[in-house]
Design a protein around this ligand. Sequence first.
Ligand SMILES: Cc1cc2nc3c(=O)[nH]c(=O)nc-3n(C[C@H](O)[C@H](O)[C@H](O)COP(=O)(O)O)c2cc1C
Length: 182
Amino acid sequence: MPESPIDRVRPLLRVRQVREFSREPVSEEDLRAIGQAARWSGSSRNRQPWRFIVIRDEPTLRRLWQAGLPQTRALETATAALAIALPADERMTISHAYDDGRVAERILIAASYLGLGAGITWVRGEVRPAIGEILELPPGLFVRTIMALGHPSAGALLPKSPPGQARLPYEELVFEERLPRD
Ligand SMILES: Cc1cc2nc3c(=O)[nH]c(=O)nc-3n(C[C@H](O)[C@H](O)[C@H](O)COP(=O)(O)O)c2cc1C
C-alpha cells in the first residue's frame, strides 16, 4: 500500500525544538549537510542576504550561551551552532526577518532528518553587540538567530506534552474557504 499523504509529511510533523544535548559531537559531514540545507533556502528575490557561521569551539558556544540568556539557553549543552548573519539594513528589516525565519526552519528540519536536534535561539536587540563581538562579525552585519545543534539528550527526547496536545486542534486552525467570524 502506498504511504498516505499524512504519513509522507510525518517527518515534518516531528520537527521540534531541542534545547538539551548529549556530549556526542556533531560530525563534519552532518554539519556540512546542514550548511547545504541553509544555502539552498529560498530568500526574497533570491538575494541570499545571509552568511552562516558554523561554531564548534566550546568556549565560544558557552560565551554565546551566557551573553544571550534566557533565549540562548539551548547553547549551554549544544556541541555546535550555526549563526545566521544578516546585513543591518533598516530598509530590509521585514524582508530579512522573513528570510531569517525560513532558513532557521530549514536548519531545524535538516537536523531532524539527520537524527540530530536543533533549537532556535534568538538574540535580543540589546545583546546583539555582545554577540557580534564574540563572533567578531565584520561591520554592517548582525546575528538575530543562532541555531543550537547537537545530539538530543535522553531528556530532550521525552514527550513535552501529552500526545496530540502540543498544538491547537486541526479544527481550530484550518478552515475551508473562509475563517469563522466568532
Ligand atoms: C521566531 C521564533 C523565535 C524563537 N526564539 C526562541 C528563543 O530565543 N529561545 C528558545 O529556546 N526557543 C525559541 N523559539 C522556539 C519556540 O519556543 C518553539 O518553536 C515553540 O515553543 C514550539 O516548540 P516545539 O516545536 O518543540 O513544540 C523561537 C521560535 C520562533 C518561531
